[in-house]
Ligand binder design. Structure first.
Ligand SMILES: [Zn+2]
Length: 97
């Protein structure tokens, strides 16, 4: 599977580390209960089909990406850089082969 990093271009999935479900929202530390944190940290869905995930390009630019992927076909609809550096990071605009 190739992941099209917006910074580096298409790269083998072996260069990346899966970072979890990108649709979960971090609880508010001021008001979250222990159950809220337990759900956020430990409970995961196992979706079939389109899913948005975090991936870290550890053997490339070392940036975090949000990847929209079909969990059945592994077809990737799109990727985007995430984090405070995303706006200023250079983009090469390469497509998946
Ligand atoms: Zn990269």
């Amino acid at each position: 599977m190739l992941i099209p990093c917006p910074h580096c271009g298409p790269r083998d999935v072996g260069e990346f580390t899966y970072g979890g479900d990108a649709t979960k929202e971090r609880p508010d530390p001021e008001s979250a209960s222990a159950e809220d944190w337990c759900d956020y940290v430990f409970h995961r869905d196992n979706p079939r089909g389109r899913h948005v995930e975090y991936w870290h390009h550890g053997q490339g630019c070392r940036l975090w990406l949000k990847v929209t992927r079909d969990t059945v076909t592994h077809k990737i609809e799109g990727t985007e850089l995430v984090g405070p550096w995303a706006e200023s990071a250079p983009k090469q605009g390469r497509d998946v082969a």
